[in-house]
Design a binder for this molecule. Sequence first.
Ligand code: AMP
Ligand code: MG
Length: 507
Amino acid sequence: MSHTSPASTDLQSPRGLDGLGSTFADAVPELALPWTAAEAPTPRLLALNETLAGDLGLDPAELRTDAGLGLLVGTRLPAGAKPVAQGYAGHQFGGFAPRLGDGRALLLGELHDRHGRRRDLHLKGSGRTPWARGGDGLAAVGPMLREYVVSEALHHLGVPTTRALAVTATGAMVRREVPLPGAVLARVASSHLRVGSFQYARALDQASDQQPDEPGGDVARRLADHAIARHYPELASIGSDDERYLAFYRSVVSAQAALVARWMLVGFVHGVMNTDNVTISGETIDYGPCAFLDVFDPTAVFSSIDEGGRYAFGNQPPITEWNLARLAEALLPLLHEQQEQAVELAVEALGGFREQYAEAWSTGMRAKLGITHVDAEVGDALVDDLFGLIRGQADYTSYFRALGRAARGNLSDARDRVLDVAGFDAWATRWSSLQPDADAMDRVNPIYIARNHLVEEALTDATAGDLTAFERLNDALARPFDERAGFERYAEPAPDSFGPYTTYCGT
Ligand code: AMP
Ligand code: MG
């Protein structure tokens, strides 16, 4: 591979960035390949998240300068920065790929936000790395703006996620089915540690077990210590190693159970829940073929490559559990010296997933129906029956707003949207008798989500050079619960003409 062009270090880079940290690369150098970004011929800022920049202690005006743009594409880094491409493995659609890693991404380093929290500053689309395999290392404007708009939408909905700091057009074209303008996404995360990072670490340890001359042997342990320090520091004081690592595993199980429940409550379909796209922090990561439900349908799939429906909307909780079982396998030697006992401990810990998921989902659904004061059993039965009524018929997001109006006495809208009117009336009588709180419903049921047809419209225009629709959509999504004049069309379901929606990943 002939990638050279060392990034220049630049004392003029934006304030707040001197002393980018490298605790990840220091803790597990085996997973951190020093690398530099490809040159971007004529960087031009397409989107800058000024609020997030402020939270990170960065000055948006400085990010707009040449030095700032150089940072956002990775070619002008603050002194001492040590960018790395991260190594990880992953189960992709159920099959194990031992060597994935950042094929087109770089971790620039770590910084502290205004709350003192450590954050990764990371680029996507910054050129080929040694992990690139057949890929070109690049990204097109459309998919990077998609990640920007959808990840920010999830953030404003209260769903844990990586954040989008900026999208910068590089000035180069990338070859896809047609030539497309290239871009680099700068994103921020509490870390980029994934289940796949542990799978990769475990494989390194296994190799060194077989060849004792090989370095390593404790990569998974160092990675776990690093992950605990970053995400679950309260566990660091647990004296016994076995107990500490088991508690760590339990924490990841809990974080992922909470996350997937949030996705299910807002109707989000991630689309490519491979283990390399499952974080240890419990943040949503990697927005490829993602989409929001229009009509409620547990079998909904939007990804062009998910032919078997493995990552269909309704499969997301069991797939998360499956992915967590893969994490357990990678952690086994840390849980107990005897494999059999380690497996027993892991199975027991993973057993908590279903209960925690069910609890988070049930609580969230009762909030959506304005009946948090009601027992889970009563709430769950109402939810099941409601889903039976709207499945395949009603737009998921707007239906809950219609129910908000129903809670205020205007039942017709919710009633008109289902075929089984008698069934609806019987359901509404039961629900109304519980005195749902309409205002509370409107605080948790979004009116504006990143609807697929709106995202497509914004990305098509942006690719052609017009960012108006993209910016307007971001505005709508920044306050998803407040109905605002002028944003009516952002609340509307897709027109019938929009018809079966497919998204493509890895682009
Ligand atoms: P994803 O499923 O999109 O998260 O990506 C899976 C793997 O493919 C990761 O290792 C990525 O770094 C790699 N990859 C995706 N697109 C490209 C590309 N254009 N060039 C190089 N590597 C890529
Ligand atoms: Mg990925």
